[in-house]
Design a protein around this ligand. Sequence first.
Ligand SMILES: Nc1nc2c(ncn2[C@@H]2O[C@H](COP(=O)(O)OP(=O)(O)O)[C@@H](O)[C@H]2O)c(=O)[nH]1
Ligand SMILES: [Mg+2]
Length: 457
Amino acid sequence: MFFWRKSEEEKLAEKGDKNAILALIEKGKKDKAIEILERFKENPELRGLLFRLYMEEGKYYYAYQLIEHYDPELATAKEKALIYERVGELEKSAEEYAKLGDWESLKRAGLLLYQAKKPERALELLNRSLKLAPALRRQEVEEAIRRLQEDLGLVQKESLLEKLRKGLKKTKEAVEFGILFAGRRIDEELFEELEEKLIRADVGAKSSLQIVEELRKEAIRKNLKTSDQLSGLLKQAILSQISRCEAPLKEPHDGISLYLFLGVNGSGKTTTIGKLAYRFVKEGKRVLLVAGDTFRSAAIEQLEVWAQRSGADIFKKHEGADPASVVYEALQKAISEGYQVVLVDTAGRLHTKEPLIRELRKIRDVIKRFLPQEPTETLLVLDATIGQNSIQQAKVFKEAVEVSGLILTKLDGSAKGGAVVPICRELGIPVKLIGVGEGIEDLQPFVAEAFIEELIS
Ligand SMILES: Nc1nc2c(ncn2[C@@H]2O[C@H](COP(=O)(O)OP(=O)(O)O)[C@@H](O)[C@H]2O)c(=O)[nH]1
Ligand SMILES: [Mg+2]
């Protein structure tokens, strides 16, 4: 009975009966419905139905044929934008996005035209997007504009050194070594002032004293008369204290390379992960971000925004999920889907020291179970604006797991750039990267010599 009714219905559908076709669709027989509808493309009503089905099933190339050869009015501007994008008609897609006119569509349009090598029009649309973008999202549009301007040769690409110079501006302004070394007579007053300035830059009492002692001796030994002769010596003296703290970040190897991020809340973990993800994505790596900070939903959302900005993928669970289980599932995904770089975010609630240590060890154990050689790096993120105070924080994390490197963030917002000296001295862990701004490209390797050069010159 049932089969008879079904075939009767199908017979009706085959004849182009709309209700019978709708009934087929209702029962999930979409492929059959599509097969029938394709014979009735001349019928505007059935053509509309076919178009809807193509869209639902993600058959964009067929949908594209319909709007190109039968009726452009079948699709809304938004649908057209999507269809054109999927079939690789980038310019057409961009113009449809542009018609939509909201900031996100305008941004999308700009990026597509950039890809389609139409930079002038891309710039025009991105600038329109910028005018409409909400304050929190302006930065990503600005970044796209800047990259485009750099490509067009409209602005000079900011070099690493220029960024570092800007980043260390606050410390330099607070210290003003320049005045000290402007041809003054070398005397006890000068050394006292120097020591005081070093302490102001958060170099720390012990290190400052040592550095000044060394300079005193050298000045006598070499019979120096004026302070400008001292600046080179000062650089050498500081360098000798921190050069052992310089080491490059370990690059990804074959298979999966995992980077684990630690640090108290607000230190800059998520931001740094975003910046690093961007770098790896640009190098052509498949990158997965893991939302291991499950304490607040905002932390997960923030990582999602960075995934979008950097072009990486993200693995996340709900707020309050067990971080170790998030890492567990993320690694299953990473292994089965062939990711090359995995960046793991964690929570850092320091006021609950014991639970924090337990949680981090559990995460480490999960990683070891899947990937015995990982993490490639366990990176402790420290906020430079709190300077030397971060040393105490660092000790707790060191107790929990083995830390392979430090990342010093917010150097640009800090007058305490000198803290790198006591941090190096007390912790004996290399500084691998420094953060010099909130932008996606504001992360750079720590090069002790360049760092001191910029601090003192
Ligand atoms: N100026 C500046 N701000 C930074 C830098 N790194 C992070 N931040 C800011 O510091 C705040 C906390 O960063 P977030 O990544 O959320 O820290 P998390 O809690 O450790 O994940 C955010 O407002 C970031 O924009 C940096 O290098 N420079
Ligand atoms: Mg975070």
